[in-house]
Design a protein around this ligand. Structure first.
Ligand SMILES: Cc1ncc(COP(=O)(O)O)c(C=O)c1O
Length: 440
């Protein structure tokens, strides 16, 4: 067994640098070698089947190997795979843009990139640039929430609140304010979800001094991912957005993780009944088939940039694969399949909360259980000898048959939205055993 592990680790790391990983960890936790994937399962080279409990970094909303998405990809590949999107257009990207314009009432213009970070960065640049066009140059700062995560590029790291991810790069980053004391909740029936008046009154004095300096506030509506799978009050978000918009501050809704039914609504913004000035989607957009992100914005913003070339109104931002036709074709099909998932995700939400609650009862090692839509999380108790208890649990889970990737000691499931109930029960059983074994 040990010999096998060492060989696979050596082969895997010889020429490969894994993302967001400490490579030395592979000495004790070798990468799982995937041969194929279908639905909620990965099949490994050694024949074992592993549940993808985190939907492959939160993107496989419809699971792996979805036949209709595959067909959409093949159909597009038979026409053409990619043509520069400046100076050209095509039916696929036009149809996708039209469909995306139906997501939120005022956001009818779509600008594409490949990664989530790039969509956020486009929104930040556009917000700032629009101030210059309008002669409002003192608005040049951004505000983010505590525990925010908006991506890995320098601008998006500047509006993220995760020390570990950004600390080494400080000289490259901008120092923007962070709004703290966010009212976190356990679920959408928590009293704070509906009424955050007290928090809001404490927040206002911290916001007021910033009102003339801010061009935009960035939010991950309702659920923050990399910051620990935290859920916060819909009422607080609604108040924040109303305040911002009354002061002409843009809202950038980062729905890269939350968008397209992950929180039980088409957009997480709907929980708070808000509309953003910029809305970014990625991950579930192609259900994780191909990298595609989009920034949606309004006709007003479009008009602001409309004018003669070279007069400062040109948004000269591009990515080679902007609007890639293969990705667009898959996204169009995914959006068609995901037309209305309200009932399905509502059912998943109660199954996830119940299942994680049972893991908590069986192990006695979890606290702060929280969940919304297709997300459920809880915090692992500290272990006296294992400072990285989340890592230890993940390692045991992989041996037992599930891929999970706790964020520090926050354990979570983020499965495909169409995970069958039997598979979820299997994930529950594996997670329970993994926790029990990790604490032995
Ligand atoms: C809320 C949020 N914003 C932005 C990003 C960055 O997206 P990408 O990794 O595609 O650049 C992520 C990725 O996890 C995310 O969860």
């Amino acid at each position: 067994m040990i010999a096998h592990k060492k060989t696979s680790q050596r082969k895997s790391t010889q020429h490969l640098w894994h993302p967001c990983s400490q490579m030395k960890d592979q000495e004790t936790f070798p990468p799982l070698k995937v041969a194929s994937a279908s639905g909620s399962y990965l099949t490994l080279n050694d024949g074992r089947k592993i549940i993808d409990g985190i939907a492959s970094w939160w993107c496989k909303s419809l699971g792996h190997n979805h036949p209709q998405l595959k067909q959409a990809l093949v159909n597009q590949a038979n026409r053409f795979e990619h043509v520069i999107l400046a100076n050209t257009t095509n039916n696929t990207i036009e149809a996708l843009s039209e469909k995306l314009s139906e997501l939120a009432p005022t956001l009818n213009k779509a600008l594409y990139a490949s990664d989530g970070s790039c969509a956020i960065e486009m929104a930040m640049k556009m917000s700032l640039h629009s101030r210059q066009i309008q002669g409002d140059t003192q608005r040049c700062e951004f505000l983010c929430l505590e525990n925010a995560y908006h991506g890995e590029t320098c601008a998006t790291l500047s509006v993220s609140d995760l020390g570990l991810y950004k600390e080494p790069y400080k000289p490259l980053l901008m120092d923007y304010p962070v709004l703290r004391n966010i009212p976190y909740v356990a679920h959408d029936q928590d009293p704070l979800w509906f009424d955050a008046e007290t928090h809001w009154q404490q927040t206002l004095p911290r916001l007021e001094p910033l009102q003339h300096r801010l061009t935009a506030i960035l939010v991950e509506p309702i659920a923050q991912g990399a910051g620990g799978m935290r859920i916060y009050s819909a009422d607080f978000l609604r108040r924040l957005v109303i305040w911002a918009q009354s002061h002409k501050i843009h809202i950038i809704a980062d729905e890269i993780m939350t968008g397209l039914w992950r929180t039980g609504k088409k957009l997480a913004c709907e929980h708070a009944n808000i509309t953003a000035d910029f809305l970014c989607l990625s991950k579930g957009l192609t259900s994780g088939w191909l990298p595609l992100s989009v920034m949606l914005t309004s006709q007003n913003m479009y008009d602001c940039f409309y004018g003669d070339y070279g007069t400062g109104r040109d948004f000269l931002h591009s990515h080679t694969h902007s609007g890639n036709a293969l990705a667009a074709a898959v996204a169009l099909e995914a959006l068609t399949i995901m037309q209305d998932m309200t009932a399905q995700v509502q059912q998943l939400q109660s199954q996830l909360l119940q299942a994680m609650g049972e893991v908590s009862q069986a192990t006695g090692k979890l606290s702060n259980l929280r969940g919304i839509g297709g997300i459920v999380a809880a915090d692992l108790a500290p272990h006296p000898d294992k400072p990285r208890i989340g890592f230890a649990v993940a390692q045991k889970a992989a041996e037992l048959g599930a891929l999970i990737r706790p964020l520090g000691s926050s354990l979570y499931w983020f499965p495909p939205l169409n995970i069958p109930h039997d598979t979820l029960k299997e994930l529950q059983q594996i997670t329970t055993q993994a926790i029990q074994q990790a604490y032995q």
